[in-house]
Design a binder for this molecule. Structure first.
Ligand SMILES: [Zn+2]
Length: 373
């Protein structure tokens, strides 16, 4: 059994420490202080050189010479904005912010559960699975901490990320995600004196956008045109316009098919305008953000979590998500990782909440998981 009061206090301590992405050092210091007190072995990797954060990821080791193997447990330290000077307000059933900031339950609820697990295990000296903890930076800005983590520091072949809504959900499947940009290089001209010499990149961008389907394209596939940037002044036929988009799918072949069609449409449009002016061009660029995850229900880590949940008469079910998390990079690096909810709701908004019952349940499940030897 975990200490609920201590768990809540740790959570409140954590959210009161500002840690917008790339500025996680103060939270890292708080955690390291706890680790030193518990006499646990830890390392800090050099990912900050690539992520631009003021700290690396923290890796913690808690061994018990278990023959059942070693499992990874992970949460991220950074939060989104507005996340400065957060004041947690405790209501009967949940904790929320004062209303002018997020709460930061995403993902400090996960961090608090990890710290509580370590404190309980050190205190009780009971047998447990070997544990590796990865406390990451920069999750909210493209999973950068997990992307650039020093995987040589980890031996785990499977693991759990605590970074989702309710503990009745265990995410085992998530989409791949690609970022793509379309840069329309039109021809600038004076809008009043010789507009016929120009090709408006904004107008061509509209033509391209018209050809792209957005929103939910099928069950596991979504596309979003998220940002458009173009033109320089109202009296100039716009020279350059850029469209920024993302596509996600559980099915790699669908991403390819949809992007191929977009590229084909772009080529046609480019060809049409090139006839008027050879300098006209459209550039398409694509980048992988993260790869999909698809963990089998038969994996030990999945079975063990469902068992740990059943032990407290709670029902956790496996689900798919449309989102990405550090788990995507752990999977890419050979660690079969699932994502368990911690009780957070409406995260990334000023209405963010942490449902206390679910928070305790999630912590109990994690405790049961690691003490089932
Ligand atoms: Zn998160």
């Amino acid at each position: 059994m975990i200490n609920k009061k201590r768990l809540v206090n740790t959570f409140k301590d954590l959210v009161k420490i500002d840690s917008i992405s790339r500025d996680e050092k103060k939270v890292a210091d708080y955690i390291i202080k706890k680790l030193k007190k518990l006499k646990l072995k830890y390392k800090i990797d050099n990912s900050n050189k690539k992520t631009g954060s003021n700290t690396g990821n923290i890796i913690v080791y808690k061994n018990y010479n278990s023959k059942q193997g070693v499992y990874l447990l992970s949460s991220h330290m950074d939060t989104v904005v507005p996340g400065i000077n957060i004041k947690p307000i405790t209501k009967k059933k949940y904790i929320t912010s004062a209303g002018n900031t997020i709460l930061g339950a995403d993902d400090k609820s996960g961090l608090a559960i990890i710290i509580e697990l370590l404190e309980t295990l050190v205190e009780k000296k009971i047998p447990h699975l070997n544990i590796e903890v990865a406390i990451t930076t920069c999750e909210e800005i493209g999973l950068l901490g997990a992307k650039f983590l020093d995987y040589k520091l980890l031996k785990s072949k499977s693991g759990i990320v605590l970074d989702s809504t309710s503990p009745d959900r265990l995410v085992i499947k998530g989409p791949s995600s690609d970022y793509f940009s379309i840069e329309v290089n039109g021809i600038e001209a004076h809008s009043g004196i010789n507009p016929e010499k120009g090709i408006s990149s904004i107008k061509v961008a509209a033509e391209i956008i018209n050809k792209i389907n957005i929103g939910r394209l099928s069950k596991g596939t979504t596309l979003n045109i998220g940002k458009i940037d173009g033109g320089s002044a109202i009296n100039i036929v716009p020279g350059k316009t850029t469209i920024l988009s993302e596509i996600r799918s559980h099915d790699e072949s669908k991403i390819k098919k949809i992007l191929d069609k977009i590229k084909k449409d772009i080529l046609k449009i480019e060809h049409k305008y090139k006839k008027t002016n050879k300098k006209f061009s459209i550039k398409f660029k694509k980048n992988r953000i993260y790869d999909s995850i698809n963990i089998s229900k038969n994996e030990q880590v999945v079975k063990r979590i469902l068992k740990a949940s059943k032990k407290i008469n709670y029902l956790t079910s496996t689900v798919e998500t449309g989102g990405g998390a550090d788990a995507n990079f752990f999977v890419k690096n050979g660690i079969k990782t699932v994502n368990l909810g911690t009780g957070m709701r409406e995260f990334h908004t000023i209405n963010e909440k942490l449902i206390l019952d679910e928070f305790f349940t999630s912590a109990e499940i994690i405790y049961n998981f690691f003490t089932d030897v």
